[in-house]
Design a protein around this ligand. Structure first.
Ligand code: SF4
Length: 111
């Protein structure tokens, strides 16, 4: 039929259009997920706020520290990127990434 594409050509175009649509959406979703976990922000230094430390073991002598408590199980923890750094919803940590194994004195159980 004049003006119509052969079915294998239509299938090819459908595949190209699908890939062209799905790949950018998947990339954007991954970027949003990374940003939600603080990627791109600097990593917090020990003492950033509330006696924060990147390694909860360093808080062992702190009066408010209890064994087993770390950012990754704190209610303010919002998840980590693949490297173990992530974001904290507490206002004092909005501009930095915190370590999954870190801790600060405003820790709230329940993450
Ligand atoms: Fe870590 Fe919780 Fe302190 Fe945030 S509030 S730095 S997640 S212990």
């Amino acid at each position: 039929m004049p003006g119509s594409l052969p079915s294998n050509r239509r299938a090819f175009l459908r595949t190209v259009l699908t890939v062209a649509t799905v790949v950018p959406v998947a990339g954007a979703a991954a970027l949003i997920a990374r940003q939600a976990h603080g990627a791109g922000r600097p990593q917090a230094q020990d003492g950033h706020a509330f006696d924060y430390v990147n390694d909860a073991a360093d808080a062992a002598g702190h009066a408010e520290f209890q064994q087993g408590r770390a950012c990754e199980n704190c209610a303010f923890w919002t998840g980590a990127t693949a490297d173990g750094w992530g974001s904290c919803a507490h206002p004092e940590f909005q501009d930095v990434q915190v370590n999954a194994g870190g801790w600060c004195a405003t820790y709230v159980p329940g993450g």
